[in-house]
Design a protein around this ligand. Sequence first.
Ligand SMILES: [Mn+2]
Length: 383
Amino acid sequence: MKILHTSDWHLGKMIYGRSLLEDQEHFIKEVFLPTVQRENPDCVILAGDIFDRQIAPVEAIRLFDEVLTEMSRQHIPFAVISGNHDGADRIAVGASMLRSSGIYIATKLEDVFSPVVLTKENETLHLYLLPYIEPAAVRQYFHDDSIQGFPMAYQAIISAIQANMDQTAINILAGHCFAAGSQTCDSESAVYVGGSGEVPPSLFQSFDYTALGHLHGPQRVGENGRYSGSPLKYSFDEEHHKKSLALLDITKQGCTTALLPIPTLRDMRTVTGTLEELLSLGKSSPSKDYLAVELTNDTPVYMPLEQLRPYFPNVLSVHCNWLHTELSGEQKALRQTMQNRTINEMVVFSQFLQQICGTEPTEEDKTLFQTLLTELKKEQANT
Ligand SMILES: [Mn+2]
């Protein structure tokens, strides 16, 4: 059977105050839906964090609604679980009715105990949909107060599944959790503390495949599990991730996985250089990518963001090395000189004038600046 696995769409996400909806719409309409149409999988799994927030923006809800409509129109079974970011009860609206349209939305623990059964020729797939769940809910469900922490909670759930498992079927678990030993990044909110939040991958051994969500970097988990990762980069420490959709060809005998790369509207990356270098780069090759700018100038720079924006409209952050980094010997000497405040302020003034007016300060400018500075300091001392 052919299964398409994705997760962590985080529809409606904002980054540095910017909405990523346009990028997400591009992913849905130019990548995800065309891939579904082209590959015609027997099932699509969305392993949690559909939305970024419990109360998602209406534009994000509309986008997801379009996905549901399109999936049901194409008669492709679509299995969705809620993640830790989703408002589980909100996305459960109409869930039982949607099952007749081939859309399976699981938001409660008990959903995992009635697997979705799909058949194709002589193959049967049992799909166990386990939404994001906290140990307290598992304790309550099993009426067992001894269940403490995620490893025990998952052990209890999986033992209960195993008791009724059909070993002749292809068994797939969809889950949203932190599998121990996996690589994390900045855009996954930390909901777990210490090791008690980590689920041992050995628990997933009895499944032919485990389709996980939660971590945003695509990666394998244990013998036959995988995080598909998020479709887009949601933080700068993901800039080297190769985002993809996981397409499985699975039988009872084994599974092969193809990672389909996701072309994006805008990339997210860091650029490093002096302001002058970056401005010249901007003039020759402007870019709409989301950028984190690392300025390497060793002296102050006047309003770098405003200067860069005409060429790089989506600069999200500017980091001035001058202010933060360990200095080289030469820079240290300069900083040492600048630590004498009078010289420091004069150097800053001089640099400012050069950047704004393109000229060195005259003796008259310097005297005027010095007079004003002295007056200002006197005033400051008096208040
Ligand atoms: Mn997530």
